[in-house]
Ligand binder design. Structure first.
Ligand code: SAH
Length: 357
């Protein structure tokens, strides 16, 4: 099927079961055909390769619809822990990254939500060339389908922590969440999905009203506005106080705990004083009053990106930081670095590839 025509033709993999049914009926076909298409398409089979749907429908689909899965342009497998990193090529030649990590509790995929990013975080490789475009729901789903087929293993958890800011592509991400959860499709439970955001407060508030029981991760990275604004431009629009108020609201609306990401950058935000200020900040904003929310901080030693000039805190500083947090009642874990030998942190493979063109 012609895959380059997503603008004029219907993107089959972005349709919910109801929408697919309506589309099939609009082509003059019986609606049960939608069921014959949905499950195979969501396991990676092109409609042209489905046997029982008839030649007439295939011809109509060829005319009016597209079905596209990302192609594997590069694949790196970690010799250390089996982490697999993909550089996927989309139908228009753009590329995004996904990483499959193997944990005891199942396989987790980290997917991208945009080609590039416009949030401008100073330490991040994905934002260096700005945002090229949003991903379609089908393109987010496609990363999971292709990775599952390629590894031959079920993927049971999804983290939206790859290239892009998911809440800056809000409608497509919401559609993707509904699709990935579909029983007839990948059937991944909302509780097994995490969405990471740099803090688009208006969108966090809207998401709270949708009431999906997904886990929200907030990229905090600093405990005062001056430091946060110097590394994350989004903080100039929404301050830390506004962000935490929105987190509190999200928790009361959904009952889902929120985790905070804190990237440790040597000399910037990694002192004991920074740790103490972080604990005070979270305790005072999120735990005041009755029924304070459970708080978890993920500490991530920054991955050096050559263009950013930031370097990673040493092991001792990271441990000290965690200890100070724990001492003030905040649970903290130091993120284990999977796929260290394949540069598995997102954004870097896409840049490397673009530079070698
Ligand atoms: N835009 C979203 C999701 C993508 S980034 C967000 O900001 O949360 C996923 C996580 O990786 C974020 O916490 C981000 O701040 C972090 N990150 C980006 N570049 C990094 C780097 N060089 N080292 C460590 N963490 C990084």
């Amino acid at each position: 099927m012609n895959s380059n025509d997503v603008t004029t033709k219907t993107d089959l993999l972005s349709l919910t079961p109801c929408e697919l049914e309506a589309f099939i009926v609009s082509l003059g076909e019986p609606k049960y055909r939608a069921k014959q298409l949905f499950a195979p398409m969501h396991s990676g089979v092109s409609p042209m390769d489905i046997n029982n749907i008839g030649k007439a429908l295939k011809a109509k689909l060829e005319q009016n619809a597209v079905y596209f899965l990302p192609k594997i342009r590069r694949k790196l497998v970690s010799a250390l822990d089996g982490t697999v990193k993909y550089l996927f090529e989309l139908s228009d030649g753009n590329a995004v990254e996904s990483v499959v990590m193997k944990y005891k509790h199942g396989n987790t995929i980290c997917i991208s939500s945009q080609v590039g990013c416009r949030m401008g975080c100073a330490f991040c490789a994905s934002t260096i060339g700005g945002k090229v475009r949003d991903l379609l729901p089908s393109e987010m789903l496609g990363q999971i389908i292709v990775a599952a087929n390629d590894t031959g293993e079920r993927i049971s958890n999804v983290v939206m922590m790859g290239i892009g800011e998911p809440l800056d592509n809000y409608n497509n991400v919401i559609k993707f969440l509904k699709l990935v959860n579909c029983e007839e499709g990948l059937c991944i439970g909302y509780r097994h999905i995490s969405l990471s955001t740099c803090g688009l407060v208006d969108k966090i508030d809207t998401l709270a009203r949708e009431n999906f029981p997904i886990t929200l991760s907030i990229s905090l990275h600093a405990s005062d506005n001056a430091t946060r604004s110097s590394i994350m431009p989004v903080n100039k629009k929404w301050s830390i106080e506004q962000l935490l108020a929105s987190c509190k609201n999200y928790y009361s609306a959904t009952g889902r705990r929120i985790s905070f990401e804190y990237t440790l950058i040597a000399g910037k935000n990694d002192s004991r004083e920074n740790a103490s200020a972080l604990a005070d900040l979270l305790n005072s904003h999120l735990r005041s009053g009755r029924g304070g929310m459970p708080i978890h901080v993920n500490l991530i030693p920054v991955n050096p990106v050559s263009e950013t000039g930031f370097s990673s805190s040493d092991k001792k500083a990271v441990e000290e930081f965690a200890k100070v947090l724990e001492g003030k009642g905040i649970r903290a874990t130091v993120r284990r670095r999977l796929g260290a030998d394949i540069n598995a942190s997102c954004g870097q493979l896409r840049r490397e590839d673009a530079q070698s063109d």
